[in-house]
Design a protein around this ligand. Structure first.
Ligand SMILES: Cc1cc2nc3c(=O)[nH]c(=O)nc-3n(C[C@H](O)[C@H](O)[C@H](O)COP(=O)(O)OP(=O)(O)OC[C@H]3O[C@@H](n4cnc5c(N)ncnc54)[C@H](O)[C@@H]3O)c2cc1C
Length: 291
C-alpha cells in the first residue's frame, strides 16, 4: 500500500521542528529513520497531515562520554551505538542488545530517538533505557525537560511525549565499577522482534552482590524492572534460594499476552528461564569468571 498524502517539512533546527509540531496541533509526526513510521503510514494506521523530517537537524547525532556515563543524541543510528567502542567499553550489555535489533539494513537507518519514542513493548532500546536508569531529554516549545526512562513508557506504543516534543538526547549514568552483565533474547528468527528478552547488571563488593538490576520486555505493555528480584539478590551470593526468589518475583510481576508469535504461557516460561541465564551471566562476569 501507499501512504496517505501529507505535507512535508525538512527541519533544519530543533526550534523549527518543535514549532512545526506545535502548529500541527496533534496532526504532525516526526520522521527520523522511518523504519517504524513508514510501514505504519503504508498500512494507513496513521494519517498525519504533516511529516517533520529531523534528519537534517544538526547536533542530534553523537555518542559522548558524560563522566563515566554516556550522552547519546536522538538521531544516532542503531548501528552506530552497536559498533561504538565507547559503548562497548562502558556498557557492553547495550552493545550486545543492539545486535538483536532488527537487521543490519534497518539498524543503519533506525534511530535511538525513534525507537524510544515509538515505545514498542518488544523493542530492545526501551528495555535497555529502563535497565540502565537512563534519562530522556524531551524538547518542546517551552524548552527542554528531563524524564526518567522508567516514567516515559506508558503502554504499548504510548509514551509521555507531548505532541510538540522531540526526544533530543538520552543520558546514561555510570554503572558501579566492574559490573557484570547478561542479555538474552528469544525470537523466531534472527532479526525478528523478540518474543521475550531479559537483561541484568550485577556488581560484586568482594563478599557478596552489591547493586543488582533486572529488566524484561515482551511480557507486558512496557519494559519492566523487577524491584523485588533486585532486592532479594542484592547482598546475596546468588545461591539457589536467592535465585528462586528472584524468578518467583518475575513470575509475580509479569503479565504476558498471547499473539500470533507465542502464547502467554510460553512467554512466561521464557521470562523465567532467561532471567536465570542473565542473572547467572552477570554474576559470573562481576566475579571475573567470564569474559
Ligand atoms: C522488519 C523490521 C524489524 C524490526 N525489528 C526490530 C527489533 O527487533 N527490535 C527493535 O527494537 N526494533 C525493530 N524494528 C524497528 C526499528 O528499530 C526502528 O528503527 C525503530 O523502532 C524506530 O526508529 P526510526 O528512527 O526508524 O523511527 P521512525 O520510524 O522515523 O519513527 C517512529 C516513531 O517515533 C517518532 N519519532 C522518531 N524520532 C523521534 C524523536 N527524536 N522525537 C520524537 N518522536 C520521534 C515518530 O514520529 C514515530 O511515531 C524493526 C523494524 C522493521 C521494519
Amino acid at each position: 500500500m501507499k501512504p496517505p498524502a501529507f505535507e512535508y517539512l525538512a527541519a533544519t533546527s530543533v526550534e523549527e521542528a518543535v514549532a512545526a509540531l506545535a502548529a500541527g496541533d496533534g496532526e504532525a509526526k516526526v520522521i527520523a529513520g522511518g523504519q517504524s513510521l513508514v510501514p505504519m503510514l503504508n498500512f494507513r494506521l496513521l494519517e498525519p497531515a504533516l511529516l517533520v523530517d529531523i534528519n537534517k537537524v544538526p547536533g542530534l547525532d553523537f555518542i559522548e562520554p558524560d563522566g563515566n556515563g554516556l550522552r547519546v543524541g536522538a538521531l544516532t543510528r542503531h548501528h552506530a551505538l552497536e559498533t561504538s567502542e565507547l559503548v562497548q567499553a562502558r556498557f557492553p550489555v547495550l552493545s550486545e542488545a543492539m545486535r538483536h535489533v532488527a537487521h543490519l539494513a534497518i539498524r543503519n537507518r533506525g534511530t535511538i530517538g525513534g525507537s524510544l519514542s515509538h515505545g514498542d513493548p518488544a523493542a530492545e532500546l526501551p528495555m535497555m533505557a529502563v535497565l540502565l536508569d537512563a534519562t530522556l531529554v524531551l524538547t518542546g516549545e517551552n524548552g527542554a525537560r528531563e524524564m526518567a526512562a522508567r516514567d516515559f513508557f506508558e503502554g504499548a506504543l504510548a509514551t509521555a511525549l507531548g505532541d510538540d516534543e522531540l526526544v533530543t538526547e538520552i543520558r546514561i549514568p555510570a554503572l558501579p565499577a566492574g559490573s557484570g552483565w547478561g542479555f538474552e533474547e528469544v525470537a523466531q528468527r534472527s532479526g525478528d522482534f523478540a518474543m521475550a528478552a531479559t537483561a541484568a547488571t550485577v556488581s560484586f563488593d568482594g563478599a557478596a552482590a552489591g547493586e543488582v538490576r533486572l529488566a524484561l520486555m515482551g511480557v507486558g505493555e512496557v519494559p519492566l524492572r523487577i524491584d523485588a528480584a533486585e532486592t532479594s539478590l542484592s547482598g546475596s551470593m546468588f545461591d539457589e534460594t536467592a535465585m528462586d526468589q528472584a524468578v518467583a518475583a518475575v513470575d509475580d510481576a509479569i503479565d504476558p499476552m498471547s499473539d500470533l508469535h507465542a502464547s502467554a504461557d510460553y512467554r512466561r516460561h521464557l521470562a523465567k528461564a532467561l532471567t536465570r541465564r542473565v542473572l547467572q551471566a552477570a554474576w559470573q562476569r562481576a566475579k571475573g569468571e567470564r569474559p
